[in-house]
Design a protein around this ligand. Structure first.
Ligand SMILES: [Zn+2]
Length: 227
């Protein structure tokens, strides 16, 4: 039997064909995106092969029992280098040791952080984020994606990471970015409620300027989200 399409049926058939063509275009575009993404990942991986987490632990003093059930942010800091112009490798490792010990000890300053990262990408856990808040944020106030409102007292909500260096004087080392990205990925996996990765300068903009003008946010976010 010959099939004769009525005019309205022909229009309907054309519409279906157009929809099918549009669908195929979307699929092709998505495939292209996947290929582009794969290429980006390959590019990132080729420049960054190490992803091993080797975290040294020490017992820091300045801490308080965690009050929230989960963390909602990671705050990145720099330690400062006392305005030093020239820093040898030897001095960098001394600074790392001294500053990490300073953040761990009991004193009147009452300042600490959960982690420090050396120029060589070594990570030390000073305060255990499973159990404690650390004293890294100070007076602070900023928008929280998790809460969808401005919150204050970011010590309560965030994990603090200190990079050895001064991001307004010197660029950070590649190993620091790699270690920081690995640490952020691990923490985000552990606490999916972490929705913000911010600089101290963003939660205390009038008081603080770290991790500084030379901190490469593009690089960090690529290492975390693309690779
Ligand atoms: Zn800071």
């Amino acid at each position: 039997m010959a099939l004769v399409l009525r005019p309205e049926a022909a229009v309907a058939a054309q519409t279906v064909m157009a929809q099918r063509a549009a669908f195929l275009l979307v699929v092709a575009a998505q495939e292209e995106q996947v290929v582009m993404l794969a290429a980006l990942v390959a590019q990132a991986s080729s420049s960054w092969s190490g992803n091993t987490m080797n975290i040294k632990k020490i017992e820091g003093h300045d801490k308080r029992k965690r009050r929230e059930r989960g963390w909602v942010a990671i705050i990145i800091h720099h330690t400062g280098v006392g305005g030093r112009e020239e820093i040898s490798d030897d001095l960098w490792s001394k600074l790392y040791k001294n500053i990490t010990n300073y953040l761990a000890r009991k004193d009147k300053a009452y300042v600490s952080a959960h982690y420090t990262i050396s120029r060589e990408g070594e990570i030390t856990e000073v305060i255990d984020p499973d159990k404690y808040e650390s004293w890294h944020a100070g007076k602070s106030s900023s928008w929280s994606r998790f809460h969808r409102r401005v919150v204050s007292d970011w010590n309560r909500y965030s994990i603090g990471i200190e990079l050895i260096g001064d991001g307004n004087l010197k660029v950070y080392s590649e190993k620091q970015y790699q270690a920081l990205a690995s640490l952020c990925k691990m923490l985000k996996k552990k606490w999916p409620s972490i929705m913000d990765i911010k600089g101290h300068e963003e939660i205390a903009p009038k008081r603080k300027n770290d991790p500084g003008m030379l901190f490469d946010w593009d690089k960090l976010l690529r290492y975390i989200y693309v690779s």
